[in-house]
Structure formats: structure tokens, C-alpha cells
Design a protein around this ligand. Structure first.
Ligand code: TXA
Ligand code: MG
Length: 323
């Protein structure tokens, strides 16, 4: 149970420069006071993440936006009004409040208002911004339960707030509004169709090598098991081929998929939002199942299916050290 006392304790720890893990609707975050440079540096140390990678600043409400970003263009106000609190991160020109430690020295800052009662309670009581990346070790699958955080970071955090399983399950959609043309830097928990509906114009996905988005490293979001992408219709025959080669195979795909009964299945719902919600849990389960190969079925590239495809493609990408 999350009591007001626990929220108070979290805020006290944050004010003293501590680092806590807390639930958001997307994934669990590893949070520190965004204005405390030493505390922010500890986030990088705990994650094992290069300190030049910028962090998202979480805010209690859209009214706090102008303290962290300037100018705030009309389109930012419209998206904030439509989707905050929610799984949307905006990249804007920063104010002095967003320090180099948070922005990685860039002249922009990433901000969002998370849609989770625990995260919002902490943010409101703190009355400031929380720098928070996902609460996993660098390059690994993001945590969607408190137990995942415990497995990854154990005693390295000063407090772990358990807010139950995350309802969205993939990270926020990152939209760059720092120039005239909006673009998506990372597909995520808010569908592009929704953004386009509000902005009334296309918002293309842009994976710019000039912007340091750690989620755009090829092998990011990687489970330990080898992942191979398949079209659902090909899953059964590909699995059989691999099995005949003596390899232990599992399949991650929709429940409705017909597969030989001896195959290990990691089922996700048919609709993309349901698949997104369970994706990281299933990848972790597959990791623990002693497989040689996980065949991952790609959902259609619509709605949250775009984010699921993105994460699965990264999980299947060559890893550093692969030959
Ligand atoms: O859903 C989420 O966004 C989760 C929860 C905890 O809020 N957070 C998250 O943080 O995914 P993280 O650090 O794992 O990913 C944040 C992404 C990184 O890829 C980072 O490079 C990008 O945001 N980012 C942060 N500031 C940026 C900036 N100024 N310009 C471009 N990308 C930025
Ligand atoms: Mg992350």
C-alpha cells in the first residue's frame, strides 16, 4: 500500500539528493531532483549510462512547462492540453533551469507530465521537476513492475515505490518541437495518429544521428536471448526449422496464432495497446526460459503497433560484441 507517509519519505529523500525508483504509466523511472546536479549524476552512475545522454524532466502539470522551456510554441500548448498527463514527451528549447547535467549539454530539454497517481503525488509534493530515465541498467529492457526494478537495480536506489504494473508498458512518444517541423524522435505510448489529429499535419518519425537519443542506439531494449523477427504467418514453419536444428525456440506473438503445442509461447493480446502493455514482461519471461532463439511476430504498423515494432526491431538488432 502506498501511504501519504511513503510519499513524504520519497520527497524527503529527493530533497536530500537521493535517487528513487517510481512508477509511471509507461515504465518505471529512476528519479532525482532535476535541479540537483550531484543527484542527477548518480542516476547515470546507477544506470551505467553515458553522462552525455539527456534525461526527461517530469513535471507535475503543464503550467510548469514555461519554467523549463522557452519559447513554448502554440503546438506544444495544444499537445500538452490534449495529452498531459500522459505518455508524451516534448523536446523544446530549454531555460536556465534545465542544466547541462540533465540535457547532456544540448540547448533543448525533454519534458513530460506522467499519468500515474504515485508519480504525480511525488511531483506535486516536491513542487519541482524530476529527471528520470527508465529504471533499468543501460541497454536492457525497461521495467514495467516494481519487481523488475528490484531485479535490475536492487539496493542501488534509496527507495522503490511500488505502484503496480504499468498500464501503457512502452516508453513515452518523444516529439521534437524545437524547430518549425515537428517530428517523432521515438515512437512510444502515444500513437502518431493521435498527434496528427491534434496538430492537423503529419508528424514524421525522424531518427536523427545528430540528436543523442539513447533509445535510437541499434541494440537498445535488448533482452539477453537472441531475437529474430518473423511475420506471424511464417512463425510456425520458421520455429520448426530451428527446432530441427536442435535449437530451443520460443514464440512471442498474438494469442490467436496457431503453433505446434511443444513450442514455448509468450502470448500478447491481438490489439497493439495490449501487446505494448505486456511486451517487456514477455521479453523478460523469455529471457528466463533458457531459449536459444525467440521468434518475435511483428504487429501491424498502426497505433501503438509502431512502438512495439520499433522495440522488437531494436531487440533483434546486432549487439555490440556479436560477430
Ligand atoms: O516513458 C518514458 O519516457 C520513461 C518514463 C520513466 O518517463 N522515461 C524514459 O527515459 O524512457 P529514458 O531516459 O530511458 O529515455 C529518454 C529519452 C532518451 O532516449 C533521451 O536521449 C531522450 O529521451 N531525450 C532526452 N532529452 C532530449 C533532448 N533534449 N533531445 C532529444 N532527446 C532527448
Ligand atoms: Mg530507457
Amino acid at each position: 500500500m502506498l501511504t501519504p507517509e511513503l510519499i513524504d519519505r520519497a520527497v524527503e529523500i529527493l530533497r536530500r539528493g537521493g535517487v528513487i525508483a517510481l512508477p509511471t504509466e509507461t515504465v518505471y523511472g529512476l528519479a532525482a531532483n532535476a535541479e540537483d546536479e550531484l543527484a542527477v549524476r548518480r542516476i547515470f552512475a546507477i544506470k551505467g549510462r553515458p553522462s552525455t545522454h539527456p534525461l526527461i524532466v517530469h513535471l507535475p502539470d503543464a503550467a510548469a512547462l514555461s519554467e523549463w522551456a522557452s519559447p513554448v510554441p502554440d503546438e506544444a500548448h495544444r499537445l500538452a492540453a490534449a495529452f498531459w498527463p500522459g505518455p508524451l514527451t516534448l523536446v523544446l528549447k530549454r531555460t536556465a533551469r534545465a542544466t547541462d547535467a540533465v540535457t547532456g549539454g544540448q540547448d533543448t530539454v525533454a519534458v513530460r507530465v506522467p499519468n500515474h497517481p504515485v508519480a504525480l503525488a511525488v511531483l506535486r509534493a516536491l513542487g519541482g521537476g524530476l529527471a528520470a530515465p527508465s529504471a533499468n541498467r543501460f541497454g536492457r529492457v525497461s521495467p514495467t513492475t516494481a519487481e523488475h526494478v528490484r531485479q535490475d537495480l536492487g539496493g542501488d536506489v534509496d527507495l522503490l515505490l511500488d505502484g503496480g504494473p504499468c498500464t501503457v508498458g512502452v516508453e513515452s512518444t518523444i516529439v521534437d518541437l524545437s524547430s518549425d517541423e515537428p517530428s517523432i524522435l521515438r515512437p512510444g505510448g502515444l500513437a502518431a495518429e493521435e498527434l496528427e489529429r491534434v496538430l492537423g499535419r503529419p508528424v514524421p518519425v525522424r531518427t536523427a544521428s545528430t540528436v543523442r537519443v539513447s533509445g535510437s542506439l541499434e541494440s537498445h531494449y535488448a533482452p539477453r536471448v537472441g531475437v529474430e523477427l518473423v511475420e506471424p504467418a511464417q512463425a510456425a514453419s520458421r520455429a520448426e526449422t530451428l527446432r530441427l536444428q536442435g535449437r530451443r525456440v520460443g514464440v512471442l506473438g498474438p494469442r490467436s496464432l496457431a503453433l505446434p503445442s511443444e513450442l514455448q509461447r509468450f502470448d500478447v493480446p491481438e490489439e497493439p495497446a495490449g501487446a505494448a502493455r505486456l511486451l517487456y514482461l514477455r521479453l523478460r519471461e523469455a529471457d528466463g526460459a533458457g531459449l536459444d532463439v525467440l521468434l518475435a511476430c511483428l504487429p501491424p504498423a498502426q497505433g501503438l503497433g509502431v512502438a512495439v515494432r520499433d522495440r522488437l526491431s531494436r531487440a533483434a538488432a546486432p549487439r555490440p560484441g556479436d560477430s
